[in-house]
Design a binder for this molecule. Structure first.
Ligand SMILES: [Zn+2]
Ligand SMILES: [Zn+2]
Length: 365
């Protein structure tokens, strides 16, 4: 490798381990073969990036590289084997392939697909947590042939085209001359073997669909669109392939009272005009508690009261948002005869007070 490892990751020699990890992640996503199918340049770049990361993320190797500009053995070894990169992904992304259902591999049966499930949860569940249960059809190993795909009378035969490797070398003509590339074996589709006598139950796939029930804990503080990954719980791959994942995508239903804005909750509280004028002490129900709400005398429509920490828990952080209550003064529309009389008297009293006030002002001038 002739380029500088730091340059490959777009970093300076002063880069911290966190910088290196971040740069690698971004570049690995950008150049990943799954994101650039058939792009040889991207594949080369991807390998370079992975190699640079492997060395620079290891403190001992990085020191050696900084000092000597080379790593004993590592550069020759490179990433020719599939093991290097997939192992790296294992370590980095916690298993599986972050770019799609199919695992990064060169041989062996492909892993099963991922499944997405949309789960509706209430705002109460977002605040208090809880569990959700759903049932979906996922592929599991065929019970009859134990995932082999063969009926048992005759075992699968090693594929002659690829000699059981699942991959073949393909020669292509290009402007630069002959190009060799590794592709999936067209005869066995990468499995390395050919089914001679397919299992009657699964027609040689080695899998069957089964309704399975899952129960998951709802993470508190989620918003619509947040996805939770259930690693290795998805479809099993044909003929002994690994498991895909389940992605639980949450949808938070609207609440009849509370409106959510980030981690804060908003509510409107209608109070009678008498309470607004005279003040009152009320029992107010938040989403998960009962609080005392003091309405001061002379409260007007639009005034806000804040309950600190009675909003939505912050996702994967400590603390909760606030609950903000906006008061609306309720003007009565169904007055009885007596109430009307009382209000007329009240109005007269107010008029007198208003006139007195005006005359006072006039005098003062
Ligand atoms: Zn079967
Ligand atoms: Zn083959």
């Amino acid at each position: 490798m002739d380029s500088d490892l730091y340059q490959i990751l777009g970093l300076s020699r002063a880069a911290t381990p966190a910088d290196i990890k971040k740069a690698y992640r971004a570049l690995a996503r950008k150049y990943h073969p799954d994101a650039n199918p058939g792009d040889v340049k991207a594949e080369k770049k991807f390998k370079e990036v992975a190699q640079a990361y492997e060395i620079l993320s290891d403190q001992r190797q990085r020191q050696q590289y900084d000092q000597f500009g080379t790593i004993g053995g590592a550069q020759q070894r490179g990433f020719q084997g599939a093991g290097g990169i997939s192992d790296l992904f294992e370590a980095f992304f916690g298993g599986g392939n972050p770019f799609g259902g199919r695992n990064f591999r060169q041989t062996g049966p492909p892993a099963g697909r991922d499944v997405e499930v949309v789960v509706s949860v209430s705002l109460e569940e977002v605040v208090l947590g809880g569990e959700t249960t759903f049932e979906i059809d996922v592929s599991v190993a065929c019970n009859k042939c134990e995932a082999t795909g063969s009926s048992g009378k005759k075992e699968a035969a090693t594929c002659r085209t690829c000699e059981g490797q699942g991959i073949v070398q393909e020669v292509r003509q290009s402007l630069l001359g002959q190009m060799m590339s590794t592709v999936e074996c067209p005869d066995c589709k990468g499995y390395g073997s050919v089914i001679i006598d397919p299992c009657g139950e699964c027609s040689g796939l080695g899998i069957e669909l089964k309704a399975k029930r899952f129960t998951v804990g709802i993470p508190v503080g989620i918003t619509t669109g947040v996805t939770q990954r259930l690693s290795g719980m998805g479809h099993v791959g044909a003929r002994g392939g690994g498991h895909g994942d389940i992605h639980v995508r949450y949808q938070v239903t609207e609440h009849e009272r509370f409106e959510r804005a980030g981690d804060d909750l908003h509510d409107e509280l209608w109070i009678p005009m008498t309470q607004a004028a005279l003040g009152a002490s009320l029992e107010y129900e938040t989403i998960d508690s009962v609080e005392e709400l003091q309405i001061p005398a002379g409260t007007k429509t639009g005034e806000r009261f804040r309950f600190r920490g009675r909003g939505v828990p912050r996702l994967q952080r400590r603390g909760r948002g606030d609950l903000i209550v906006t008061v609306i003064v309720d003007t009565p529309i169904d007055l009885s005869k007596t109430e009307k009389e009382l209000l007329r008297n009240f109005a007269k009293e107010r008029d007198k007070a208003a006139i007195d006030k005006k005359s006072k002002n006039r005098k003062r001038r």
